[in-house]
Design a protein around this ligand. Structure first.
Ligand code: AMP
Ligand code: MG
Length: 303
């Protein structure tokens, strides 16, 4: 299963002993540690913590680097499976308030695999066309095709987050979305998509520090949006909305994972491990040749 036999970059491949040592710094499987469970209240979460991880920042970075090759090989197997008629795909759903680090996850974690195999989509305020359809329309259109890793930067969950907090729909309308979303995700999972839902939870103080930085650095102005302050003013309401969303939409086929996001190195490590766990669980081999290998070798030799 591990991909430590590719011809290139053998020198940069850490030996198995180091890899095992780093993996052992997880006290339990990250998927289990981070999975939302009854009784977990996001409003009391220590956003600066590193749950389940018994190492420091350097260890975390080292494990991400050490797992990059396996992640990349498993993505290639998934892609090959899709090319050979397989129906499987993976969907990483990233939710989090402004500055929670969703973009960094896409660059640093998803960036570890071949971009050809990734279908990335960021969801903003619905366009006029999107708004003329039901809220799942644009989501369905962006679902990963077989063989792909889909990445949603924000998602259908905005329909029970910003829509709720800003009162964009009446309560009975947005409340009905929990069941609709569960039914939708069950359908997506049944069609072969492994859904990995991640909520990056940044603290209010850390958000202030990150927004302050955006206003102090010309190279960060582009990330700043005056509207972020409107959202920030409702920080507590958003956490309430997150809490209810976890309670209503963390299902067996599509559980939520709650990731403290004040330490960027930790959230990147955590999402790397969640994505790796999902790919490992597919247990994919390489598709067999659909041609006669020996015959092709003979024909090639004759050329
Ligand atoms: P950003 O991720 O910083 O580019 O911001 C995207 C913005 O789009 C956020 O303020 C979201 O709250 C907003 N947004 C995303 N989906 C919806 C939706 N369904 N309805 C209203 N606003 C949305
Ligand atoms: Mg923003």
């Amino acid at each position: 299963m591990s991909g430590r036999h590719s011809k290139h970059d053998l020198e940069t491949t850490p030996d198995d002993k180091l890899l095992r040592k780093l993996e052992a710094k997880w006290e339990d499987s990250p998927t289990r540690v981070l999975r939302w469970h009854k009784g977990l209240d996001v409003r009391g979460l220590d956003c600066n913590s590193a749950p389940g991880w018994d190492g420091d920042k350097d260890d975390g970075g080292a494990l991400v680097a050490a797992h990059a090759e396996e992640l990349s090989e498993l993505q290639e197997r998934l892609f090959a499976d899709g090319r050979s008629g397989g129906s499987r795909s993976v969907l990483l759903v990233l939710q989090g308030l402004d500055t929670s680090g969703k973009g960094g996850i896409v660059r640093h974690v998803v960036g570890l695999v071949d971009p050809q195999g990734v279908q990335h989509r960021a969801f903003g305020v619905p366009t006029a066309e999107e708004a003329s359809h039901g809220y799942l329309w644009r989501i369905r259109n962006a679902l990963p095709r077989p063989g792909y890793i889909g990445v949603f930067d924000r998602s259908h969950y905005e329909q029970v987050l910003v829509v709720r907090v800003e009162g964009l729909e009446p309560e009975e309308t947005w409340r009905a979305h929990y069941d609709e979303i569960n039914a939708f995700e069950a359908e997506v999972a049944a069609a072969g998509t492994t859904i990995v839902k991640v909520a990056l939870i940044v603290s209010k103080d850390e958000q202030k520090a990150r927004l302050t930085e955006r206003l102090e650095r010309p190279d960060k102005y582009w990330k700043y949006n005056p509207g972020d302050l409107t959202t920030r003013a409702r920080f507590g309401d958003y956490l309430d909305a997150y809490q209810e969303l976890f309670e209503k939409t963390s299902t067996d086929v599509a559980p939520w994972h709650v990731v403290p996001a004040d330490k960027k190195w930790y959230s990147r490590l955590a999402v790397t491990e969640l994505l790796l766990g999902a790919l490992r669980s597919l247990d994919l081999g390489w598709p067999p040749a659909d041609f006669d290998v020996e015959e092709q070798q003979r024909l090639l030799a004759e050329t």
